[in-house]
Write a new protein. Structure first.
Length: 158
């Protein structure tokens, strides 16, 4: 169970090598700069098993480096424990949301609020599209969406 007084957010996408580690890194940097990182447990995970054990996509890492956002992550899959240990599970698209809601139903003591990270976007772009088959510009767009969404989420939950 999460420590008392500590908030928690798990960012989730399909493989945990593109969108969710970017969101995790962006959120961690914002929480650090806001002086509240010690009040948060922050992680990311995948709905699939495709990339378990792999580092973030090199294009995402390059994007984070350009924006001076530290990123250290190894892909893992969402566990049943995550639904009990995280307050928020924030995912990137409808497919992730459907997978997570299905998995949550099989967890007895699920306490996590499962929602789209994009639901916090002030520009109302609810879906953060997978940049895996795209270009550097697609990774940049994911970064920009994550910045907007994470800023709004942190403001609402601090």
């Amino acid at each position: 169970m999460a420590e008392s007084g500590v908030r928690s957010a798990l960012f989730v996408c399909l493989g945990n090598i593109c969108r969710s580690p970017i969101a995790e890194a962006v959120f961690r940097k914002m929480a650090t700069e806001g002086g509240v990182v010690d009040k948060w447990r922050i992680d990311s995970a995948a709905t699939s098993t495709y990339e378990i054990g792999n580092p973030p996509d090199h294009r995402g890492q390059a994007c984070m480096k350009r924006h001076d956002v530290p990123m250290r992550h190894v892909a893992r899959q969402v566990t049943k424990e995550d639904f009990m240990n995280f307050e928020y599970i924030l995912c990137m698209d409808e497919s992730n949301l459907s997978d997570l809601n299905r998995k949550a139903k099989s967890v007895k003591n699920s306490r996590a609020k499962v929602e789209l990270l994009g639901s916090y976007d002030p520009q109302k772009q609810r879906i953060i599209k997978d940049p895996y088959y795209g270009s550097d510009e697609d990774f940049e767009k994911v970064y920009e969406q994550c910045v907007r969404c994470c800023k709004a989420f942190l403001e609402q939950n601090s």
